[in-house]
Design a protein around this ligand. Structure first.
Ligand code: C5P
Length: 224
């Protein structure tokens, strides 16, 4: 794999749009490190909730964030955030976090806290000999990696997304989160310039991954 160019793929989209499954499929197929930035916001939210730091700007938030030492743990092809040596588990997918994460993610100080950490994941991916990085979130193609080699924007209609979460047995306020994430001032959820839209409403997961893989193959040919 020595001569394979290093590719950065940005995948954005609303809640339950299929980003994680698609990223996971691509990471396996192309030996890419998979970074789910939603899990970063979730993990930080849980830590702040546990220490009673409210979702408002101010010194309490600054002090709360300063006490969080971030690291990265790689398991298989997935990069996980570690916070003071704690590696997040399913608790970050709880109803409590689902309800609160968008309020915390709207805070510019919190976004700034995670900005460099997210970009540094490209260095981690190179260090671990991956052939690239597939990063999913809300602002990856717009803010984190605006020069990504390939930007995908995943969409699925709300009923399909609600059905996906119900199947996973997860209580989630998908539309409410999307509204909050799209309306915030700091790095809102938006379709980034230069992104390719994939509407997965009527597609199976395999079809989405196949379509995305074709785009990745084409993109790899254009990288020097
Ligand atoms: O992707 P997931 O649904 O797990 O993300 C949880 C929340 O984290 C989102 O609703 C959003 O508020 C926040 N988020 C964000 N920017 C990202 C990724 C996630 O604001 N890049």
């Amino acid at each position: 794999m020595g001569n394979t160019p290093f590719i950065i793929i940005a995948i954005d989209g609303g809640a339950a749009a299929g980003k994680s499954s698609t990223s996971n499929g691509l990471s396996k197929r192309f030996n890419l490190m998979h970074v789910d930035t939603g899990s970063f916001y979730r993990a930080v939210t849980l830590k702040l909730l546990d220490t009673q730091v409210p979702a408002i700007e101010g010194s309490q938030l600054e002090i709360g964030l300063e006490s969080l030492k971030l690291g990265t743990a790689i398991e298989d092809k997935k990069a996980s955030i570690s916070i003071n040596d704690w590696i997040p588990d399913q608790s970050i997918r709880s109803e409590r976090v689902n309800k609160n994460v968008s309020q915390y993610a709207a805070l510019p100080t919190l976004r700034k806290f995670l900005l460099d950490y997210q970009r540094e994941q490209a260095i981690v991916a190179k260090k671990y000999d991956f052939d690239g990085l597939v990063m999913e979130g809300r602002d990856i193609g717009s803010i984190i990696f605006p020069d990504a080699h390939l930007k995908l924007f995943l969409f699925a209609d709300p009923e399909k997304r609600a059905a996906r979460r119900a199947k996973e047995g997860i209580v989630d306020s998908i539309e409410k989160r999307d509204a909050q994430d799209s309306q915030r001032k700091s790095a809102p959820l938006t379709r980034p310039d230069g992104s390719i839209l994939i509407d997965s409403s009527e597609m199976t997961l395999e079809e989405v991954i196949q379509h995305a893989s074709t785009l990745v193959e084409k993109t790899i040919k254009t990288i020097d």
